[in-house]
Write a protein that binds this ligand. Structure first.
Ligand SMILES: Nc1ncnc2c1ncn2[C@@H]1O[C@H](COP(=O)(O)OP(=O)(O)OP(=O)(O)O)[C@@H](O)[C@H]1O
Ligand SMILES: [Mg+2]
Length: 430
């Protein structure tokens, strides 16, 4: 769970620039072209959904069935609680609905007193009801009886990335597992951004990345998802919503939303995976509260980077690969949205890094050569430090390599320091 914020921004006067999210409606501007994101079935409101509940492969459950599936919402079955409400582990089987194939599920019940409501609930149904991708959590069904609003998802046996990275004693997330999770999550975002009309996820964070029994990662929580800009539009204007520490600075300042806002959020999570610290951590010294502000300027410096990489990863990664990942995070976290790579480029870069595995990228004369790292060349930070000491620090500072295949644009190295994130929104503690 994080600290979420939401602040009303003035709608821009130009309605062409503004498109209300599917099912959210808007008093300010006309309803957008429904064909926009291949969402012909998207329901504008609950009444609409009840009249034409036509999502293929999405079951509509009664509240009694939900109660049976969760053994009357037994407290021992609670998996967690977020801004939306409580999440229970459940089973839908023949005893819940005759003939239903036994399916483990996670059932999220909307807390009517919460600040999120029908709008977010409906957005989840509309998006997840239609989207299908191995890196998006599957919506198995929903319940919309009377005042009840529940969502039934595939059960993700290993829980959230947040739990594994920050809450478990003795983190079991190895380097290669972290990189695979980053790649999976990047694929999920790239899929959303690649839709006919891009979908902006808006709430990318470790608690919304869920892991199945094999640690495959999937994105959950589409309550804040929104249609992205189309045609000549450069952005959509919206209420500023998201979670402190993850939202892109330009979005927080202006309410202008683009797919690059998600890229920034991805950069924050990549940094959390690399450094092993939370995006916001008030228990640390004040200059280290905000992970991006503290760590980003250090990402381009070999020795400084080695000092801040998650010590629990010691001995598991090659230094060159860590540098590449740090460079990628650096670019995703650019203050200039156009300086951030596209998610499709992020996927390419992470795939290259993953397929090289223990191989290391070595460049010479502008050519990039892959070679197999001889055994023992995987250097842990501690070993590297002592090696540097032995070598009289010959390793040198500022080794700057282009990230991945170098297709993404870069920005001048130091502009982050000139533009620190200064949120100007109201916050709600969950
Ligand atoms: N499909 C699922 N399978 C297994 N566990 C789940 C599933 N969906 C949610 N959970 C668990 O329930 C908990 C609460 O999730 P929820 O999405 O409601 O809140 P959150 O992500 O912590 O916060 P936020 O409301 O900001 O998204 C999470 O910690 C997650 O581990
Ligand atoms: Mg969540």
């Amino acid at each position: 769970m994080g600290i979420c914020f939401s602040s009303e921004k003035k709608q821009h006067s130009n309605c062409n620039q503004t498109s209300p999210p599917v099912g959210h409606g808007s008093a300010a501007c006309p309803t957008p072209d429904k064909s926009a994101i291949n969402t012909p079935l998207a329901s504008k409101n609950v009444k609409d959904l009840r009249q034409s509940p036509g999502y293929i492969n999405v079951s509509i459950f009664t509240y009694d069935e939900m109660s049976l599936a969760t053994k009357r919402f037994r407290p021992e079955l609670i998996l967690g609680e977020g801004g939306f409400g409580v999440v229970y582990k459940g089973v839908v089987d023949d005893t819940v609905r005759t003939g239903y194939k036994t399916t483990q599920v996670a059932i999220k019940e909307l807390n009517r007193e919460g600040y999120q409501g029908d709008r977010e609930w409906l957005a989840e149904v509309n998006y997840l009801g239609q989207l299908s991708h191995p890196n998006l959590v599957k919506l198995i069904g929903y319940c919309c009886e009377d005042e009840h609003r529940l969502l039934v998802y595939e059960y993700m046996a290993s829980g959230s990335l947040e739990k594994h990275l920050f809450r478990r004693v003795g983190c079991t997330l190895t380097w290669s597992r972290r990189m695979k999770i980053a790649l999976d999550a990047a694929k999920g975002l790239a899929f959303l951004h690649g839709a006919e009309r891009p979908i902006i996820y808006r709430d990318f964070k470790t608690s919304n990345i869920l892991l199945d029994g094999d640690f495959n990662a999937k994105l959950s929580d589409f309550g804040l998802a929104k249609e992205g800009p189309m045609g000549d539009q450069t952005h959509v204007s919206t209420r500023v919503m998201g979670t402190y520490g993850y939202a892109a600075p330009e979005y927080v300042m202006t309410g202008h939303l683009t797919a690059r806002s998600d890229v920034y959020g991805f950069g924050v999570v990549l940094l959390e995976l690399l450094i092993g610290r939370r995006a916001m951590d008030k228990s640390r010294p004040s200059r280290e509260h905000n992970l991006v502000e503290w760590a980003r300027p250090l990402l381009n410096h070999n020795k400084k980077l080695l000092r801040i990489v998650d010590p629990r990863l010691e001995g598991q990664y090659s230094f060159k690969t860590a540098m590449k990942v740090a460079q990628l995070a650096y670019q995703c976290l650019s203050q200039n949205p156009k300086g951030r790579p596209l998610m499709s480029q992020v996927v390419d870069i992470l795939e290259t890094l993953q397929s090289s595995g223990n191989h290391e990228l070595q460049s010479g004369d502008g050519a990039v050569t892959l070679y197999e790292a001889p055994k023992g060349t995987i250097v842990s930070p501690a070993k590297k430090r002592s090696q540097n000491r032995r070598d009289g620090e010959r390793g040198g500072e500022a080794h700057r390599s282009n990230p991945g295949n170098g297709r993404s644009k870069s920005e001048p190295m130091n502009d982050f320091d000139r533009n620190n994130l200064s949120p100007n929104f109201v916050s709600h503690e969950k």
